[in-house]
Design a protein around this ligand. Structure first.
Ligand code: UTP
Length: 289
């Protein structure tokens, strides 16, 4: 099983980040000097992914523009001797083969993934949610690919979340296979405390077999009236092996204000151009650095 393709669903409305996301896609909001989606593509590339399909919609053309060349700007930067900046914008355009398909109606994550059917064909593929960024020594997508290859299975990324957070995610019914890999036997989307299987939640990364597409095509709308990927995966784990990888690393949901702020602060404390400033700013204001 060689995984070279990834899908990034990025066609959600981003209502938790309004009003900014009325005209700027949440995936294009800057975390320091790069848009959110660039961190996600960098993770995919570091995991060996070569071809990336972004699921967009009519309000998200800023993403295609960002990953295109900009000859006029490059020429100006070259003339002004701003070679580092020129290199940075070229790098964004050259990182991977990036393709786009539109989700014409915002009908849920499961429906967005289904739009990748023709692009994927018969290969297993990775999914990276367009607003979840990961910081990890080994790219989280690579950790999932390794588990998927070892068990010849689909794989979901998981970590334990607090009791009061389970209801925001998909809760997994699992049994251990090895230290950080589990067999998945069931799951449910945004469960009530009575419905939850465990505190292991699916967090933003998947490796899926193309078997998911026929299932999604026949999955009716679920929670929130949307076609839920979790409902599709629930069927998939009855038909084919699905494992969960408890990944090492930290996940930030940049699709909500607090997650966005957390990611910004932590990246700023590590970035060579901002870390000294941030540390002294936090110290001077008697905050922890
Ligand atoms: P979210 O629920 O986090 O995104 O979906 P959202 O719908 O944009 O968020 P809010 O609640 O309105 O703020 C998870 C991922 O699925 C994508 C989103 O872009 C995000 O990456 N998605 C969701 C789609 O691509 N299409 C959809 O119909 C729904």
């Amino acid at each position: 099983m060689k995984i070279k393709k990834a899908v990034i669903p990025a066609a959600g409305f981003g209502t938790r980040m309004l009003p900014a996301t009325k005209t700027v896609p949440k995936e294009m909001l800057p975390l320091l000097d790069k848009p959110v989606i660039q961190y996600i593509i960098e993770e995919a590339v570091a995991a060996g992914i070569e071809d990336i399909l972004i699921i967009t919609n009519r309000a998200k053309s800023a993403m295609d523009d960002y990953f295109d060349y900009h000859p006029e700007l490059e020429e100006r930067l070259y003339r002004d001797g701003k070679l580092k900046e020129r290199e940075a914008i070229r790098h964004a355009a050259d990182m991977a083969n990036i393709f786009y398909v539109r989700q014409k109606e915002t009908r849920g994550l499961g429906h967005a993934i289904w739009r990748a059917k023709d692009f994927i064909g018969q290969d297993p593929f990775a999914v990276l949610l367009g607003d979840d960024i990961m910081r990890a020594e080994v790219p989280v997508t690579k950790q999932l690919i390794d588990a998927a290859e070892k068990y010849n299975a689909s794989c979901v990324g998981t970590q334990k979340v607090a009791d009061d957070a389970v209801g925001r995610y998909s809760s997994l019914q699992i049994s251990p296979l090895e230290k950080t890999v589990y067999k998945v036997t069931d799951m449910n989307e945004k469960p009530t405390p009575e419905e939850k299987f465990s505190n292991f939640a699916i967090l933003g990364r998947y490796v899926l077999t193309p078997g998911i597409f026929d299932i999604l095509e026949n999955t009716p709308p679920g929670k929130g009236g949307e076609i839920q990927l979790t409902d599709g995966l629930r069927t998939l784990c009855q038909r084919e092996p699905v494992v969960a990888k408890e990944f090492a690393g930290r996940r930030y949901d940049t699709g909500n204000l607090c997650g966005f702020l957390e990611a910004t602060l932590e990246l700023a404390l590590d970035h060579p151009e901002t870390k000294d400033f941030m540390q002294s700013y936090l110290r001077q204001n008697r905050l922890e650095g």
